[in-house]
Design a protein around this ligand. Structure first.
Ligand code: MSP
Length: 504
């Protein structure tokens, strides 16, 4: 059993406004943080998010608005903070890479690596992708197009500082082989391992000449260079939660991170560069890195130029926070790509939320009001001794927490299956109502049976509210307000069906 849980999201570039892709990672991280706070106690969970504010992308976006990169970042970061507030993302810390605490940490890390002899100066001549800020070998890009973004590469020649990744390659391969949870899903782990088996890692260029790019953390040992944005940004996971002591040892209550959640496009940086940087610094690698899939629109990538970028704020205003969260976490197994559409949200809404969960809560409350004038029948759950259906339901309640937690934790982090477990209970309970026909029990004056029946449904709903809370905090709160310990207070249905028929 783990004792603490430190979870991170990527630091989002502030060059553009946040979209549903960014909100996806933060909702997933928020759900896990909330769930783990319940399991481990809030004091044992740390949830970090933030923004990536250096580098060419930001410099260019700032130039376009005639702002300094710092002023531009100060303005853009507010959009992220506002979105996280609207989505009630319960982060414990928000780090910006332009903060002093981060800059000082990066400078110290660079000094340590330099002192250890891990950084060396070299002349670089070759192909460079400016938008991606990546160097490529001619063999990797025979057509002189960036293998990642397909834009033309530039031929450059300059002096830079390098970290010898190859020196740590065998260590990394062994580490991946020996730790199943290190890179997840498993297919991503295999992908990284295959890459490492087939390629000798080239040195990582960790600097950029100031004459080409000045917006970055100055290298402590060269006035002519700033730090490569990825080297700077990755260190946030450590700079936010710890410090180096006088002997260059890193100390932190939270390290190693238990889970870095990332999108699949930044796997190489997290699964290769990051563990090697840490290893070179003498710091333990994170326990797990999970790469999730991408949300597409009509099977196509979201992009400003295509004009198909979905604004999460519009979605939560239309459907509510919990529905949006539920959809993202339920509709697609974590790790795979998904297709985002309002029709798909409405389908989940009318099915899982209105018909299944909303209906179960509403019909139960109605019965408590009708048969018991709103008082919850007082009975211990182990006193309920009805038929086999009731027994099955009781078992399902007893095992619910474990059933939800198992897929939600290592190694799969499978939100969709966890929710599926909650819905198994919901569906079983709805079926129980239909088969038991409580209206007949009432007519036939079977008061004991009716009491058992209603009380069991109340227990089902309480268990559901507890388990669903991390995924849908508002819904859980509403349910708990409606079903108190002694009495119920029926409000309007939690999820009134959305009418999809065209109006005549
Ligand atoms: N700044 C870097 C990360 C540095 S972490 C030390 C970065 N930023 S980003 O803003 O471009 O992307 C942040 C995250 O958003 C990535 O994990 C990326 O996968 C994710 N997504 C961007 N578009 C997405 C979708 N359409 N769907 C799901 N996630 C997507 O990369």
């Amino acid at each position: 059993m783990i004792k603490k849980f430190y979870i991170t999201t990527p630091l989002y570039y502030v060059n553009a406004s946040p979209h549903i892709g960014h909100s996806y990672t933060n909702i997933a991280a928020d759900t896990l943080a909330r769930y783990m706070r319940r399991v481990l106690g809030p004091e044992n969970v740390w949830f970090l998010t933030g923004t990536d504010e250096h580098g060419q992308k930001i410099q260019r976006a700032a130039d376009a608005q005639k702002l300094t990169p710092q002023d531009f970042s100060d303005k853009m970061v507010l959009q992220f903070k506002e979105l996280w507030k609207k989505l009630e993302i319960s982060y414990d810390d928000f780090i910006r890479t332009t903060e002093d605490r981060h800059i000082q940490f990066v400078v110290r890390a660079l000094d340590i690596l330099k002192k250890k002899g891990d950084l060396y100066e070299d002349k670089y001549e070759g192909l460079y992708c400016t938008p991606c800020e990546n160097f490529w070998l001619e063999s990797q890009a025979p057509d002189k197009l960036c293998p990642d973004c397909k834009r033309p590469l530039e031929m450059i020649s300059e002096k830079n500082y390098f970290l010898d990744l190859g020196k740590h390659q065998v260590w990394l391969m062994e580490h991946i082989k020996n730790n199943v949870s290190f890179i997840q899903p498993q297919s991503r782990s295999n992908e990284v391992l295959r890459f490492l088996e087939l390629n000798k890692l080239s040195p990582l260029c960790i600097s950029r000449p100031k004459e080409r790019l000045s917006w970055g953390i100055p290298l402590p040992f060269s006035a002519d260079h700033v730090t490569y944005v990825w080297f700077d940004a990755l260190l946030n996971y450590t700079s936010a939660v710890g410090t180096f002591d006088n002997n260059d040892n890193y100390n932190s209550r939270w390290w190693p991170a238990d889970l870095h959640l990332i999108g699949k496009d930044i796997l190489r940086h997290h699964a290769i560069y990051w563990p090697i940087i840490l290893h070179a610094l003498g710091i333990t690698p994170p326990k797990s890195i999970f790469a999730h899939g991408w949300w597409m629109i009509n099977e196509d990538k979201m992009s400003k130029s295509k004009g198909n970028v979905v604004n999460p704020i519009e979605m939560i205003e239309k459907f509510g926070i919990d529905v949006y969260r539920y959809f993202l976490l339920r509709d697609v197994p974590f790790g795979l790509d998904g297709n985002f559409s309002e029709e798909a949200i409405i389908k989940r809404f009318n099915g899982d939320l209105a018909n299944d969960l909303g209906n179960l809560v509403y019909r139960t409350l109605t019965m408590v009001e009708k048969y018991y004038a709103g008082s919850v029948p007082q009975l211990e759950i182990n006193e309920i001794t009805s038929d086999e259906n009731a027994q099955n339901l009781k078992n399902k309640i007893k095992n619910l927490h474990q059933a939800v937690y198992t897929p939600l934790s290592w190694p799969s982090f499978d939100f969709s299956s966890s929710l599926g477990k909650i819905w198994e209970l919901i569906n079983m309970a709805n079926k129980y109502v239909e088969e038991t026909k409580p209206w007949n029990l009432a007519k036939e004056n079977k008061t004991e049976e009716l009491k058992f029946f209603i009380r069991l449904l109340v227990e089902v709903i309480r268990a559901i509210a507890d388990e669903v809370e991390a995924f849908m905090p508002h819904t859980a709160k509403l349910i708990k307000e409606q079903i108190g310990p002694d009495t119920v207070k029926k409000g309007s249905p939690l999820f009134p069906r959305i009418d999809t028929k065209p109006k005549n």
